[in-house]
Design a protein around this ligand. Structure first.
Ligand SMILES: *Cc1c(COP(=O)(O)O)cnc(C)c1O
Length: 384
């Protein structure tokens, strides 16, 4: 049982519920960011990330930098592309619009390949786009948190290697790392970026990336300087290498307390087989998706193969909007999120099912969410 004060279960697609031990790690006494105990902890965090992303290639490079998931987009835009370069952005919802906007901020030309809401661009469309132009990079949102659409990364990677092998494959895994299978080496990915507060289950404040050796070479071959100062890998690469080698060094002060919390959550995650973790997320997701069908409701992601395992986006019955129901769901003990996709935000709600809410058998969160949703809908007059 959690020792936290009673509170409604936070089942939005991040931040998620946190384990007691992770929260307790945050109350570590103040320590120097260049002292050996902290340097050792940071180094272990970087080594554990290699396991989480399933990479054993020594050329791969993990980065952990203070910031939120969004800083991962800035790092990609500032380090891997130069002004005037072309990027292809696969659109499955809100987060692709933002990634494209971020790339444009750095002078990169972002072309979006869009799919109808709830779907994803098909591989033949991606192939056609890649044949038309040389794109320096292609970005894909593994799970689009605005729609609950899951992208198929392995098949996409095989396509990119066949059609446009020089294009770097960038995966926005903010809502997937820790709850969806990702094999960084096997799938030949170039960047997977994420944040601490989603399926990794650590408070918000850390931008986490895994970068391939090939992407690091691309960075080193830049003709122009990185277009960010704080986010520049020129500044961070030696720091990350030193930390992993348990050597103190300084560019900008990291947050020792957050790194300690991340160390605890990664230790917990890696104490059990990753496949088991992914299977548990899938099982919880199936349970929720079945309940949604039984209630006579529809998901934004209509095709089963497009449905994320760590969250569900659910259309509300005709005439009911998120403000009609979210407060009563919260009173009953579960915080759901409203819609985020700008065209249909008033028509749906979102439920996150990641981390300890899924993996800790002492937490009733998933069953409670289903029960509360049923009751809340009945109260506003809906009959399944
Ligand atoms: C949450 C999220 C982001 C942004 O992360 P922040 O931590 O809010 O900056 C980016 N991409 C996806 C897919 C997300 O779910």
């Amino acid at each position: 049982m959690s020792g936290q004060p009673p509170h409604p279960a936070l089942l939005i697609p991040g931040p998620i519920e946190f384990d007691d031990a992770v929260l307790q790690s945050m109350s570590h006494y103040s320590e120097s960011h260049v002292g050996q105990p902290f340097v050792n902890t940071f180094g272990e965090v970087l080594s554990m990330l290699r396991k989480l992303f399933q990479t054993s290639d020594p050329a791969s490079q993990p980065f952990v930098i203070s910031g939120s998931g969004t800083l991962g987009w800035d790092q990609v835009a500032a380090n891997l592309v130069e002004p005037g370069d072309e990027a292809l952005v696969l659109h499955t919802g809100y987060f692709a619009d933002s990634f494209a906007d971020c790339l444009e901020t750095y002078g990169v030309k972002a072309t979006q390949l869009k799919a109808p809401i709830g779907d994803r661009p098909q591989l033949d469309e991606v192939e056609k786009a890649l044949n038309e132009k040389m794109y320096k990079l292609l970005t894909v949102t593994h799970v689009d948190t605005s729609t609950g659409v899951l992208s198929e990364i392995k098949a996409l990677s095989e396509l990119v290697q066949r059609v446009s092998p020089d294009t770097l494959l960038i995966v926005d895994g903010v809502c997937s790392v820790g709850c969806e299978e990702i094999k960084f080496d096997d799938w030949k990915l170039d960047v997977v970026l994420t944040a601490s507060q989603k399926a990794i289950g650590c408070p918000a404040g850390l931008s986490i990336l895994m970068v391939s050796g090939r992407a690091i070479e691309t960075f080193k071959a830049r003709k122009t300087r990185p277009t960010s100062y704080f986010g520049s890998w020129k500044n961070w690469l030696p720091i990350m290498q030193n930390y992993e080698g348990k050597k103190a060094s300084y560019f900008a002060t990291p947050s020792p307390q957050l790194i300690r919390a991340l160390h605890t959550s990664l230790t917990q995650i890696l104490s059990r087989p990753l496949d088991q973790r992914f299977a548990e997320h899938k099982a919880a997701s199936q349970k929720i998706k079945k309940a949604v069908i039984d209630l006579g409701l529809k998901q934004l992601a209509s095709k089963p193969e497009n449905q994320a395992n760590g969250m569900t986006a659910i259309y509300l019955p005709e005439g009911i909007t998120p403000p009609d129901i979210l407060p009563s769901l919260m009173k009953k003990g579960v915080i759901f999120a409203g819609g985020l996709h700008k065209d249909i935000a008033a028509k749906y709600i979102r439920l996150g099912h990641m981390g300890v809410s899924v993996t800790d058998p002492t937490r009733p969160d998933i069953d409670k969410a289903i029960k509360v949703l049923k009751e809340g809908l009945t109260e506003v007059g809906y009959k399944a």
